[in-house]
Design a protein around this ligand. Structure first.
Ligand code: SF4
Ligand code: SF4
Length: 299
């Protein structure tokens, strides 16, 4: 199944078809072509097709619910995903010789769309480039930026901290880069390319930071609209194991009509995704509540 309803700004739900035909409010909350594009972008690709890399990387319960229930989405919450699509369509208009863009490939486990492949950095290497539009927070943690207290050489002369060394915060750029899902995704595309005889020398993500000009971004040491992130290679055998496991879990859940357990800590971004960003939160909650024994029922 798929997203069938939009959530209006007043939190009313309306069938997407009905919204696109006539908005019952005096003014649309956004332009109709934007809503039409959104409706197309959230339509499920249907059962019986190969799963995409992104579908398999997401939580299995989330994908199961997206494929088996009708759910509602808030158009406002999906606008930034559309920015990502817009960046892709701008960048696909390449005239560089030997550069491939928007190339769709598949193997036995999944399908994926490669944003850009070729000597795109001018160093003679075959580079797989993926584009991402993201927040300054996500960029900061993906780049491995963090702040550290270092001694200034002075001590407090008065107050509660008298005699203690003074410190100041400085930025470090050598922290652990938190880009686990991005690295798996780009490596999955790399595997697809190599399986189709396109050698890959290097992998990068071109990260567009949508809020780079805000003060909050500079407080995160982010001061540019775009960063190039080098992606390390993940072993092919690990990738095959991971995607086989995710595909089997989703196949079996769909075949048996049984929802898998809750998405794990990583898949829910430490729990932050569920209530605020998961499109099927309500369906997930209903399913959980239905599985609980009725009050007063014998244990
Ligand atoms: S245009 Fe916006 S406010 Fe109007 S029905 Fe559609 S989602 Fe609701
Ligand atoms: S609400 Fe959380 S646990 Fe449930 S499907 Fe969404 S991400 Fe997974």
């Amino acid at each position: 199944m798929t997203a069938t309803q939009f959530i209006c700004p007043n939190r009313d739900k309306i069938l997407i078809k009905q919204c696109l035909s006539t908005c019952p409010h005096c003014l649309r909350c956004m332009a109709k072509p934007t809503l039409e594009t959104l409706a197309r972008s959230v339509a499920d690709r249907g059962l019986g097709r190969k799963y995409s890399v992104t579908e398999l990387i997401a939580g299995t319960r989330e994908q199961y619910l997206k494929k088996t229930t009708e759910y509602a989405i808030d158009p406002q919450a999906h606008i930034f995903a559309m920015h990502g699509s817009a960046v892709h369509s701008i960048c696909e208009r390449s005239t560089a010789g030997g550069v491939l863009t928007e190339l769709r490939l598949s193997n036995d486990l999944y399908s994926g769309q490669i944003d850009c492949y070729g000597d795109v950095l001018g160093n003679g290497k075959k580079v797989l480039m993926d584009y991402k539009v993201t927040s300054s927070y996500k960029a900061m943690i993906a780049l491995g930026y963090y702040r550290e207290d270092i001694p200034t050489g002075e001590v407090y002369k008065t107050g509660l901290k008298k005699g203690q060394p003074k410190t100041k915060k400085v930025w470090r750029t050598d922290g652990v880069r938190q880009l686990y899902e991005w690295a798996i995704q780009v490596n999955a595309y790399r595997l697809l390319l190599e399986e189709h005889n396109f050698p890959v020398d290097d992998m990068y993500i071109q990260v567009y930071v949508r809020d780079y000009s805000l003060r909050m971004a500079s407080e995160r040491n982010i001061d540019k609209p775009m960063y190039l992130l080098h992606i390390n290679r993940i072993s092919d055998s690990w990738l095959y194991l991971y995607f086989s496991m995710k595909k089997t879990l989703l196949d079996e859940a769909l075949k048996n009509g049984a929802a898998p357990g809750f998405c794990n800590h990583r898949e829910t971004w430490g729990g932050r995704k569920c209530m605020e960003y998961c499109d099927v939160y309500e369906e997930c909650k209903k399913l959980y509540e239905a599985s609980q024994p009725a009050p007063g029922a014998a244990a």
